[in-house]
Design a protein around this ligand. Structure first.
Ligand code: NAG
Ligand code: NAG
Ligand code: NAG
Ligand code: NAG
Ligand code: NAG
Ligand code: NAG
Ligand code: NAG
Ligand code: NAG
Length: 343
């Protein structure tokens, strides 16, 4: 009898141990959909920074499913995730329709001096002025797109011009630098940076470099760069350009050491607060989703780091000790394989 009792206790504690391990440890209500989205995203792109227009519909419907799912939940974390996935989708859309190159051409035109096709300045960081300029310059900007951009980009712009004006002129709060707005302002700032570097090369050639402080021609560029610096989402090499512009970075904004967007933005991101709605693995999965999204659109995918975060997601699901979670872990493992150096 005693022995029987003992065995019963042992069995009972084992049952408690596995199924009621920790009531706070759950699978998020949208985790399955997020897993499907990530699976499609990592197979749709060739993982080389190319967004595939053919798979756009498929990816798009997965993004919609995820944002709709988070939309049905109540917690602040769920609302936050809905917003983040919406921004990722906007960027994916923009990239799929070849808008990055096109946007570069539009910005480039601003800095073409007398060769400029459209006589306005949308590079200003005064967002009110930016909006006014975008509205009044619509026809001219569309004509640049028609002439110089991929036809996919032109069709995107024809439909979404007003949306793009909004995106460019409204900075979303707490966007962790993940919104399309931040992305586009960053593109613009990088182009300005490159222009200034070109300018410095030119002056070097002409032996004008004894005086590093250039004013007239590059004055406008320097002004824009200075504005760029005020936003932490812009990735500015603090040294050379500021020497050229005669402005020096303050020491407290050093970002040296971190050279990729993922590292830079990663350091700025605030983790998702885990709860029973979004699930125990929400924070780690979101970190992975952020990287996948940036990898898809940036030209320098950080495979090693991506693989590491992917494996964290696998470990997280495995630690939940639930059959559904194990299935999730397996699907993430398949995703991780795509980042293996050998595969
Ligand atoms: C259960 O969850 C709580 C809250 O997340 C955590 O502090 C605790 O360590 C967990 N316990 C176990 C056994 O995992
Ligand atoms: C695993 O967890 C999910 C949600 O947390 C639950 O719906 C499901 O019934 C669990 N499965 C098993 C086998 O315990
Ligand atoms: C641009 O045009 C103005 C006025 O037409 C002229 O004075 C100036 O030299 C031109 N600048 C360049 C770089 O051609
Ligand atoms: C921004 O531009 C608007 C419209 O051109 C102007 O009224 C406003 O004064 C500008 N704001 C700043 C801070 O310069
Ligand atoms: C910099 O100069 C090179 C060579 O002249 C040119 O190909 C490139 O487009 C320039 N870059 C920018 C951003 O103007
Ligand atoms: C550099 O430029 C400034 C302003 O144009 C001028 O006052 C200064 O003499 C120049 N210095 C050299 C070394 O040419
Ligand atoms: C930055 O640091 C250098 C050397 O440590 C110092 O000379 C300089 O004054 C500092 N600049 C600012 C803006 O604090
Ligand atoms: C660099 O990125 C890592 C994460 O990748 C972060 O922990 C670190 O704080 C960042 N450093 C700086 C100076 O931003």
């Amino acid at each position: 009898m005693l022995v029987y009792c003992f065995i019963f206790l042992l069995l009972n504690s084992k049952v408690n141990g596995s199924s009621l391990q920790n009531e706070t440890e759950t699978i998020g209500k949208c985790d399955l959909l997020v897993g499907q989205l990530l699976s499609v995203l990592t197979s749709a792109s060739d993982l080389q920074g190319e967004v595939n227009i053919d798979s756009f519909e498929k990816v798009s419907s997965k993004y919609t499913a995820v944002t709709e799912c988070y939309g049905t939940l109540k917690s602040a974390s769920a609302k936050r995730l809905k917003q983040l996935y919406n921004w990722r989708w906007e960027k994916h859309y923009f990239y799929a329709f070849k808008m990055v190159e096109c946007f570069g051409k539009i910005i480039n035109d601003q800095f073409s001096g007398n060769d400029s096709k459209c006589d306005y300045d949308i590079t200003t960081n005064n967002l009110t002025k930016k909006r006014e300029t975008l509205v009044s310059g619509k026809l001219c900007i569309l004509s640049i797109a028609k002439e110089m951009c991929h036809s996919a980009a032109y069709s995107y712009l024809k439909i979404h011009y007003n949306l793009l004006s909004d995106t460019l002129s409204i900075k979303p709060e707490n966007d962790n630098c993940e919104s399309l707005h931040s992305e586009l302002i960053r593109e613009q700032c990088e182009l300005v940076e490159a222009k200034i570097m070109n300018f410095s090369r030119k002056t070097d050639d002409e032996s004008l470099s004894a005086n590093n402080t250039i004013s007239a021609e590059s004055g406008h560029l320097c002004e824009v760069l200075q504005q760029c610096r005020e936003d932490e989402c812009n990735f500015i090499n603090p040294e050379r350009e500021f020497e050229i512009c005669g402005v020096f970075p303050s020491n407290d904004t050093e970002t040296s050491g971190n050279s990729t967007i993922i590292e830079l933005y990663g350091a700025l991101r605030s983790p998702i607060q885990v709860n029973s709605e979004v699930g125990t693995c929400a924070s780690i999965v979101d970190e992975f989703a952020f990287i996948v999204s940036e990898n898809t659109i940036s030209s320098s995918p950080a495979y090693e780091y991506t693989l590491e975060i992917c494996k964290n997601a696998v470990d997280c699901y495995n630690s939940l000790g639930n059959e559904t979670a194990e299935e999730m872990a397996k699907s993430y493992l398949a995703i991780c394989d795509r980042y293996q150096p050998t595969g």
